[in-house]
Design a protein around this ligand. Structure first.
Ligand code: ADP
Ligand code: MG
Length: 233
């Protein structure tokens, strides 16, 4: 079963009297456990596409199937439930809760969305803290962390509910090159370890080189798809 299937997928924003076509008939398929980048200049439609895949927005036309679900059929509530069960998100500006520690930020979705029992929760949070190499920083708050550390916590948070897919819209835009590279490498390792599909967007060439599958967007169209086996470890 493919994870994501887009067929003639289009999204047009209506602002007053003006239609802004952001995605113009995209066709692509994303398989489970893949490591995919959408690449293109600002305004090419990357965020719009990730928002559609993340069920944060509805297509204007065409069909988008995510985990066997036609996402056009989901109302707001069903979409939120679907996201909570299946999709993790990583943001450009990390979006950690400032008053919570690294540990508590990772635990947050398990309390707010999933309501796991306490012992199971603790085990899962510790496993993720370890996976992203933040065990020794568990009690730090975001203002005591570097950008790279914050994004490592955010990667752990995106995975903590056992999401089948993690979406990351320009996750490295606020990081220096070396840190950006390390975050992408971490995401790829998490894909290997947990089998989670990662779909991210970027316009950074060093970052896009680390993807296995790259879709190039231009002006709302998918221009090309390239595939390379996992780059150097
Ligand atoms: P990217 O993430 O690649 O920079 P976006 O998906 O944000 O591209 O934007 C694609 C196009 O859609 C752009 O022309 C942008 O101005 C337009 N757009 C994005 N969001 C909205 C919106 N909420 N309302 C109107 N136009 C939008
Ligand atoms: Mg964007």
């Amino acid at each position: 079963m493919s994870l994501v299937i887009a067929q003639g997928l289009s999204k047009t924003y209506r602002t007053g009297d003006i239609d802004v076509p952001a995605i113009k008939g995209a066709d692509f398929v994303i398989e489970p456990a893949s490591f995919v980048a959408f690449v293109g200049p600002s305004g090419s439609g990357k965020s719009t596409l990730l928002n559609l895949i993340g069920c944060l927005d509805h297509p204007s036309s065409g069909k988008l199937t995510v985990l066997d679900t036609d996402i056009a059929t989901l109302d707001r509530r069903a979409a939120a439930d679907f996201r909570g069960r299946n999709i993790g998100f990583i943001f450009q500006d990390f979006n950690l809760v400032p008053v919570l520690t690294a540990y508590e930020n990772i635990e947050y979705p398990l309390i707010m969305v999933q309501q796991w029992p306490a012992a199971k929760r603790r085990e899962q949070v510790m496993r993720l803290l370890k996976a992203v190499d933040m065990e020794s920083q568990a009690n730090k708050r975001p203002d005591q962390m570097s950008g790279g550390q914050k994004q490592r916590v955010a990667v752990a948070r995106a995975l903590v509910s056992n999401a089948k897919m993690v979406l990351a819209d320009e996750p490295t835009a606020n990081l220096d090159h070396d840190t950006a590279y390390r975050i992408i490498e971490l995401m790829r390792r998490m894909r290997d370890e947990f089998g989670t599909t990662f779909i991210f967007s970027t316009h950074d060439p060093k970052v896009m080189a680390e993807a296995e599958t790259t879709y190039t967007l231009e002006d709302g169209r998918v221009l090309s798809r390239t595939h390379q086996e996992a780059a150097h470890a």
